[in-house]
Design a protein around this ligand. Structure first.
Ligand code: GLY
Length: 352
């Protein structure tokens, strides 16, 4: 098992290994320093597989445990689910000395984290990610949110978890397309600032999964420690996300987050090649590694509709938006552009 510590406004450990779910009770007690009432939040895909194991382990450690199961999918990352969960907690009731546990992927983690951030003005929560995407990205760093009609993650808070328990065995039950989704975020770390990691990934992601997750998390922890509140360098983690979120919106969430981020990374890299900022060979390498991970690289939408969808993005400040632009694999940089230039950037990225 690997143990990493994130030093943010709250210091916390990330444990990565096998068979951690069955031992979750003792890790949670060790972290919280007491027994208390916990509410485990999960979805209807994950709960039948792992909820009983986690609840049994938490109860064996002396905790009183409630569970709250939401329908799977992005639609559950809504203000309606948030209010339902808040009311559920208040009816039990959970108090400020209690905690939430997010057992699932990014939707469960983001919703539970935001609920923990605002319930009673903030209670602790623990992340138990069960998808690759949640393990390498959303469970670490304290970004929590729900979606609004105008776009993804538009209502949220920074609220760091108290512990992240990543049991690699849970990845064995993922559908291939859900595993591929996480690969987009894994590959992203290489493109942002880590060429040697990108080279390592060429030999495959699944065979070396514990090491791959640990390297992603170490990379993310370093970024979060430098810029927890997303005012500067943390925005590098948004590589492929400005256009990616627009793709998700234009597809009415039919295109998954990882697939959209993969297309978004290709669009912004191809635009950088067209402007002479990035070598063409690096674009070819990016497309090859994404295809090897079974991710799509071509986008079905036009530049104008993507730019319009992206204009609601929270990465926009006033009339400008910050794009993450690869100048090569391992060398991505932040570029602030007028929102009015976004469509022409995207157009360059759509043209092969
Ligand atoms: N997922 C991007 C970030 O945590 O900043």
């Amino acid at each position: 098992m690997k143990r990493l510590t994130v030093h943010a406004s709250r210091d916390y450990d990330i444990l990565i290994g096998e068979d951690l779910l069955a031992a979750s009770g003792s890790y949670v007690t060790e972290t919280l320093g007491k027994v208390c009432t916990l509410c485990v939040v999960s979805d209807d895909n994950v709960a039948p597989l792992y909820l009983e194991t986690v609840v049994r382990s938490l109860e064996s450690a002396g905790h009183r445990v409630h569970s709250f199961v939401i329908p799977h999918g992005e639609e559950s990352k809504s203000t309606e689910s948030l209010v339902a969960l808040l009311e559920f907690l208040a009816e039990r009731p959970l108090t400020r000395s209690d905690a939430l546990v997010a057992l699932g992927g990014g939707v469960v983690g983001d919703l539970t984290g935001f609920c923990a951030a605002i319930y009673l003005r903030g209670i602790p929560f623990i992340q138990i990610p069960t998808t690759l995407l949640a393990a390498v990205d959303s469970s670490v760093g304290g970004k929590t949110a729900v979606d609004l009609r105008a776009g993804k993650n538009l209502a949220g808070a920074f609220h760091q978890p108290s512990l992240v328990l990543c049991d690699c065995n849970t990845l064995d039950t993922l559908k291939p397309e859900v595993f591929a989704d996480g690969c987009a975020e894994v590959i992203k770390y290489g493109v942002i600032n880590d060429r040697p990691f990108f080279e390592l990934l060429k030999s495959g992601i699944r065979d070396n999964i514990e090491e791959v997750i640990a390297l992603c998390v170490r990379n993310k922890a370093a970024v979060v420690e430098e810029d927890e509140f997303d005012r500067g360098s943390r925005q590098l983690l948004n590589l492929g996300h400005t256009v990616g979120h627009a793709i998700e919106l234009c597809s009415h969430l039919e295109i998954s987050h990882g697939s959209a981020v993969a297309m978004g990374m290709v669009i912004v890299t191809r635009a950088a090649v067209a402007m002479g900022l990035c070598p063409e060979e690096d674009l070819r390498e990016l497309i090859a590694i994404l295809r090897k991970a079974n991710l799509p690289t071509e986008c079905p939408f036009g530049a104008e509709e993507l730019a319009e969808a992206a204009s609601a993005d929270k990465k926009r400040t006033g009339g400008s938006i910050t794009l993450v632009v690869p100048h090569g694999i391992g060398d991505s940089r932040l570029v602030k552009i007028p929102v009015t230039d976004l469509a022409s950037w995207i157009q360059k990225g759509l043209t092969s």
